[in-house]
Design a protein around this ligand. Structure first.
Ligand SMILES: NC(=O)c1ccc[n+]([C@@H]2O[C@H](COP(=O)([O-])OP(=O)(O)OC[C@H]3O[C@@H](n4cnc5c(N)ncnc54)[C@H](O)[C@@H]3O)[C@@H](O)[C@H]2O)c1
Length: 273
């Protein structure tokens, strides 16, 4: 048996209308899972993701929900359970970022980032996990964090704090859900080519070139390049992984110092011994 095969399982992906969420949804469908796709009610990309899942021969149910409406999340989970049946996999992927200096972050902006990136992860997981336990499902929960859960990035104090909080939440839930056979892990991408940063207040090309120079692999990830780690955490292949973090960052966290830029060029001839 292929331990990555997800035939017969149902996976919920939040933020599934575009970017990483769409890549995660189609990768899960490609491995055999049926999908429940959640995104903002006006997210037009949801239909496109659903169509891509259908093309892979799997079913996709679509739910429009603002995840910042914390008090509605248990009802959402209950509705999904009633309509889609038991959930086996939950991917908390939806996230939001706003580039703001720390002294310009308003309470509204702080709360929006925390509600979407942290509160929604907790309260959706809280209810979905209760359903998994009641259904006797050895579930898989994957929280999409960021390299910013581990190192700071200027202009993103709220985002950084929210992602770091999700990392410890991941460990906390892993410990509490382990007796039920449910695993909880996080996947921390580095720089991925998605629309997340939205409108830029500065020269986007210069910004991306500066970032690329800090990435040992020399380029942003394509969303698909994060799906291998997701399939590991979502499948039987990851049965002994819980409370863990997989960093998919092209080497960014491994290379915090700029020394490589000042070293002599790479020697291409083999020395004689
Ligand atoms: N792109 C990157 O470089 C990068 C790096 C590290 C981590 N991440 C994380 O990966 C995840 C996905 O990011 P992405 O780059 O695909 O972003 P994206 O902006 O392209 O997609 C995020 C999706 O989440 C949805 N969403 C946002 N707020 C929502 C809300 N309140 N309710 C429901 N849905 C909501 C959006 O509509 C969108 O479809 C996020 O958690 C992000 O923090 C991204």
């Amino acid at each position: 048996m292929n331990p990555f095969n997800l035939t017969g399982r149902t996976a919920l992906v939040t933020g599934a209308a575009r970017g990483l969420g769409r890549a995660f949804a189609t990768a899960l469908a490609g491995a055999g899972a049926d999908l429940v796709l959640v995104d903002l009610p006006d997210a037009d990309g949801l239909a496109q993701t659903a169509a891509e899942v259908a093309e892979l021969g799997r079913t996709a149910r679509v739910y429009g929900q603002d995840l910042a409406r914390t008090e509605e999340l248990h009802a959402l989970a209950d509705r999904i359970r009633a309509e889609a049946g038991p959930l086996h996999i939950l991917v908390n992927n939806a996230g939001t970022a706003a580039l703001e200096r720390f002294n310009e972050i308003t309470p509204a902006s702080w709360q929006r980032v925390m509600r979407v990136n942290l509160d929604a992860v907790f309260f959706l997981t809280q209810r979905v996990a209760e359903h998994m336990v009641a259904d006797g499902v050895a579930g898989r929960i994957v929280n999409i964090t960021s390299k910013n859960a581990l190192v700071a990035e200027a202009g993103l104090a709220h985002y950084n704090a929210s992602k770091a909080a999700v990392d410890l939440l991941t460990q906390s839930l892993a410990v509490e859900l382990a007796p039920h056979g449910i695993t909880v892990n996080s996947l921390a991408p580095g720089m991925v080519a998605t629309p997340i940063d939205g409108e830029f207040p500065f020269d986007r090309e210069a910004f991306e070139a500066a970032y690329r120079a800090r990435i040992p692999l020399g380029r942003y990830a394509e969303p698909q390049e994060c799906t291998g780690a997701l399939l590991l955490l979502a499948s039987d292949a990851g049965s002994y992984l819980t409370g863990s973090r997989i960093v998919v960052d092209g080497g960014v966290l491994a290379d915090q110092m700029p020394r490589t830029r000042f070293m002599p060029p790479y020697r291409t001839t083999l020395p004689h011994h």
